[in-house]
Design a protein around this ligand. Structure first.
Ligand SMILES: Cc1cc2nc3c(=O)[nH]c(=O)nc-3n(C[C@H](O)[C@H](O)[C@H](O)COP(=O)(O)OP(=O)(O)OC[C@H]3O[C@@H](n4cnc5c(N)ncnc54)[C@H](O)[C@@H]3O)c2cc1C
Length: 411
């Protein structure tokens, strides 16, 4: 493979890199995907708890509300290769899909392996070269071509050349899947700025974690995120207490602002409203009614009627001193947790921050600093909520970067 010249080299065989490669199929180009793991798409395998929430089929006006920090940057990529395009493409190459609650798309088989394997088989049948076990160490440019230096097993310094390079090395979350931030250093070597990264869609750790709550799933609750004493985000749905702390859909949703607040040294709190459908006044009446039916009413006797037994001891201890029949309704609507930390990249679903969007063309995803260099996926300073948004970002940006690279070769 030494010093071969490729039309396009795609660095990273994750969701973004693989989708970029599919766009190069049947174009008569010499294209290679360089993946450091022994197999491509390791992260795809663990998505959606092994079921892979491929995308979210909501229209752009709803979709964009789940993108951070700059939804407008991704709009062009989204329309270039939309959520509907992703589904038709995958179905067209042999992966039937289904829609579930919240417009989330999954493979009909419920197997993330099928998503990865279908794309990889398509690429192999289309003559795209996939080189696994190739860890790219550096990329440089001289005159018109890029030199890509990599380690292949014991062999270091193996070099190939390419006319265009697409960097799709992912972020830092779940490093065991190969996402170890290598693309940041490569981008920096070309003068690109990396916006500070931090884990997002991760568990927030309460100051006093209570192992008795672990595993408890709370449905139909409201969660408020407080920063320095003000509510900055309010969400409705379900959450789960885990060994990591507060997570589940709601915990993840507030984690982006929560983690950022902690990094900035702000006071971060989470409050849980266990009875969001009932106003405090109404709830007070209900509590009083329940109490009036008891001989000697007290909070301990009332709580089994109001919450799962697993959380009673913890709720009582964290709400004391002063928890009484009189203030029970208030406490049920504001069970407060001071947050002191968060679970890091080892278990965060996504990395926020990354290659600065200011230095990348939103129309083509080409570097504004280095012609011929393109970016795709989580490596960029763009991330989404849970619900299929992150894979769609990877697929849309992968497709746009590849199509732009192909177009630029024809000029
Ligand atoms: C547990 C979990 C569950 C998730 N579930 C969902 C979900 O259901 N739906 C959803 O939309 N999103 C989900 N996500 C997020 C989504 O998986 C990612 O945002 C998306 O996969 C990012 O794709 P990517 O191609 O940009 O990066 P990655 O998937 O990280 O791929 C980057 C690839 O580049 C390779 N690489 C890195 N450095 C080098 C190098 N130096 N040389 C060669 N190769 C290199 C890596 O090995 C890796 O294969 C989940 C994430 C996690 C961790």
């Amino acid at each position: 493979m030494s010093m071969k010249l490729y039309d396009i080299a795609i660095v990273g065989g994750g969701a973004a890199g693989l989708m970029a490669a599919t766009r190069c199929a049947s174009k008569g180009l010499k294209v290679i995907v360089l993946e450091k793991n022994r197999e491509c798409g390791k992260k795809i395998l663990i998505t959606g708890k092994g079921r892979c929430n491929i995308t979210n089929i909501s229209p752009w006006r709803e979709f964009q509300t789940h993108i951070h920090p700059d939804k407008s940057f991704i709009k062009n990529a989204f329309y270039h290769f939309s959520n509907e395009d992703v589904v038709s493409f995958l179905e067209g190459i042999g992966l039937p899909c289904k829609t579930e609650r919240g417009n989330r798309i999954f493979p009909l088989s419920d197997r993330s392996h099928d998503v990865r394997d279908t794309i990889v088989s398509y690429l192999k049948n289309s003559g795209i070269e996939i080189a696994c076990g190739c860890e790219v160490e550096s990329v440089s440019k001289s005159e018109d071509n890029f030199s890509i230096k990599m380690a292949m097993g014991q062999d270091r310094g193996v070099t190939i050349r390419a006319r265009r390079v697409i960097l799709a090395t992912g972020g830092l979350s779940y490093p065991t899947t190969g996402s170890t931030g290598d693309g940041y250093a490569i981008s920096q070597s070309f003068g690109h700025t990396i916006i500070n990264t931090f884990p997002s869609l991760t568990a927030l750790k309460p100051v006093e974690p209570d192992s008795r709550l672990e595993g408890l799933l709370l449905k139909n609750i409201r969660m408020d995120l407080w920063i320095n004493g003000s509510v900055v985000q309010s969400e409705f749905g379900e959450m789960q207490f885990t060994s990591g702390g507060i997570e589940g859909a709601l915990g993840f949703r507030v984690s982006r602002k929560g983690v950022k607040g902690l990094i900035n040294g702000q006071k971060v709190e989470v409050s849980i409203d266990l009875k969001p459908a009932v106003e405090e006044g109404e709830l007070t009446k209900r509590v009083e009614e329940l109490a009036s039916g008891m001989k000697s009413p007290n909070v301990i006797k009332l709580l089994p009627k109001l919450m799962p037994s697993q959380m009673i001891d913890s709720f009582v201890e964290s709400s004391s001193p002063g928890l009484s029949v009189n203030n029970l309704a208030k406490r049920l609507k504001d069970w407060r947790f001071k947050i002191s930390g968060y679970v890091g990249y080892e278990r965060a679903v996504v990395t926020a921050g990354g290659v600065s969007l200011d230095e990348v063309s939103r129309k083509t995803l080409e570097s504004k600093l280095v012609p011929g260099l393109f970016f795709a996926g989580e490596l960029l300073d763009i991330d989404g909520d849970t619900g299929g948004y992150n894979l769609q970002i990877a697929f849309s940006t992968g497709a746009l970067a590849a199509d732009s690279a192909i177009k630029s070769l024809a000029i």
